[in-house]
Design a binder for this molecule. Structure first.
Ligand SMILES: [Fe+2]
Length: 323
C-alpha cells in the first residue's frame, strides 16, 4: 500500500503511474482508462512520460474509435492522412487491416511518420484490435540516443546539414493512367518536397535527434550523390543498434503513443498471412528546426513532374530562415 501512495505522489494523480521499460525509449502507463475524460494531472503525467520516454504504452484499453480520438485530442489537433484509407465518419482514424491478401505497404522501413509534410505530426496513437498469432511487433528507436552515440566530430558535422524528403513510398499507389498521373501531380503540388534539418531539436525537451529516414529522405542537400548515400546509410544503421531500441509486442487493446520527434519506428512484416488490424490517430506537429535552421520547401513542382533527379534538388534556391 505504501508503494501505491508513493507512486501516486510521483505521478501527480490518484491512481495513474509510469513504469519505465527501456533505457532510452519506452514506458508503460498504469492505472489510466483512456476511454474516460482525463484531468490535468493525468494529462500532464502522460505528456511528461511521452517527452521523457518517446513511446508509451497502455494495456487493456477496450475503448471505441471515438474514445481513442477524444483521448488523443488532449495532446494536440487531429489530422487526416492524405494517402492512407480512412473512415468516412471519422476521417482522422486510419484503419490498418492487413493479411496475406492485403499486405502492408512497406511499413517495415524505419521512419518517423509523414516526414513528407513541411510540418510532420508530433505524435501517433496506434491501438491493436486484431493481433496475429505470432509476429507483427513494432520496433522503436530513440533517435536522440542514436545521435548521442555518435562521435563529437560527426555530431558537429551533421548539425549543419539539411535533407530533402519526399512521399516516394506513396507514389506506388498511383498507376500510369492519365487520371492517376493527374492525381499524383496534385499531391506533389500539395506536398512539395520539404527540406528538414538532419539534426532536429525537440521543441519541448531541447534534445537533438537524427531526423532522416529511409522511408522519406531522398538526399542530403548540397552533397554529391555518393557522399549523400554513404552518409545516409551510416545514419540509417544507427536505428539498427539494439541498445537504442524498444520493441512493442502487441496485444488486443494495447495502445502505443509515440513522439515522432524523438523516435522512429519499424513495423515487422513477419506475421503474414495472419491478420493484423490496427487503428491509428495522428496529431498535428510543428515546423521542425535544428542547428541548421528551420524546415522549408524548395522544389518547383513542374521540375518534379518531368525530371525528379537529384541535381534538381541540389540546385534549388535557398529560402531558409534561422530559428
Ligand atoms: Fe508509421
Amino acid at each position: 500500500m505504501d508503494q501505491v501512495i508513493d507512486q501516486s505522489k510521483k505521478a501527480g494523480t490518484a491512481t495513474a503511474w509510469v513504469k519505465q521499460l527501456g533505457p532510452h525509449a519506452g514506458a508503460e502507463i498504469h492505472g489510466l482508462d483512456t476511454g474516460k475524460p482525463i484531468g490535468e494531472g493525468e494529462r500532464k503525467l502522460v505528456h511528461d512520460a511521452l517527452m521523457e520516454h518517446g513511446v508509451i504504452v497502455f494495456r487493456n484499453q477496450d475503448i471505441t474509435r471515438e474514445q481513442q480520438a477524444d483521448f488523443a485530442a488532449n495532446f494536440g489537433e487531429l489530422t487526416v492522412h492524405p494517402f492512407s484509407p480512412h473512415l468516412d465518419d471519422l476521417p482522422e482514424m486510419i484503419v490498418l487491416d492487413n493479411d496475406g491478401d492485403n499486405p502492408p505497404l512497406s511499413t517495415d522501413v524505419w521512419h518517423s511518420d509523414e516526414m513528407f509534410r513541411l510540418e510532420p505530426p508530433l505524435g501517433t496513437l496506434l491501438r491493436a484490435k486484431i493481433v496475429p498469432r505470432v509476429g507483427g511487433d513494432t520496433l522503436f528507436c530513440s533517435m536522440t540516443a542514436a545521435f548521442e552515440g555518435l562521435s563529437d566530430g560527426l555530431r558537429s558535422f551533421l548539425s549543419g546539414l539539411e535533407a530533402i524528403n519526399d512521399f516516394k513510398n506513396f507514389k506506388r499507389l498511383y498507376g500510369n493512367s492519365q487520371e492517376h498521373r493527374q492525381r499524383l501531380w496534385e499531391m506533389m503540388d500539395k506536398f512539395p518536397n520539404p527540406v528538414h534539418p538532419v539534426i532536429r531539436t525537440h521543441p519541448v525537451t531541447g534534445k537533438q535527434a537524427i531526423y532522416v529516414s529511409p522511408q522519406f529522405t531522398v538526399a542530403i542537400k548540397g552533397m554529391k550523390q555518393d557522399e549523400s548515400d554513404a552518409l545516409l546509410d551510416l545514419l540509417y544503421r544507427q536505428t539498427q543498434i539494439p541498445e537504442y531500441q524498444f520493441r512493442v509486442h502487441w496485444q488486443e487493446n494495447l495502445m502505443a503513443f509515440w513522439d515522432n520527434r524523438t523516435v522512429q519506428h519499424y513495423a515487422a512484416r513477419d506475421y503474414l498471412p495472419d491478420r493484423r488490424r490496427m487503428e491509428r490517430i495522428t496529431l498535428r506537429g510543428d515546423l521542425p528546426y535544428g542547428p541548421a535552421g528551420k524546415s522549408y520547401s524548395i522544389l518547383d513542382p513542374d521540375k518534379a513532374r518531368t525530371d525528379p533527379i537529384l541535381e534538381n534538388y541540389q540546385a534549388a534556391g535557398e529560402s531558409r530562415t534561422t530559428p
